[in-house]
Design a protein around this ligand. Structure first.
Ligand SMILES: [Zn+2]
Length: 57
């Protein structure tokens, strides 16, 4: 069974419905990083995203 990584932006930033889901962790982190920067103007490190925001689904 393949695990996917999911980031639900709403859990990090209130009122954002953006959801990323990917079977590729690197890709999920890259997409999350770009979204956080472009949409929310916040810089997150890979570690922060991986440890605090990504869920395994
Ligand atoms: Zn967002």
């Amino acid at each position: 069974m393949t695990e996917a990584r999911k980031l639900d932006c709403e859990s990090a930033v209130a009122d954002c419905r953006f959801i990323i889901q990917s079977e590729d962790e690197e890709e999920a982190i890259a997409l999350a990083k770009r979204h956080m920067k472009d949409v929310h103007g916040q810089e997150y490190t890979d570690e922060e995203l991986r440890e605090e925001h990504l869920q395994v689904v």
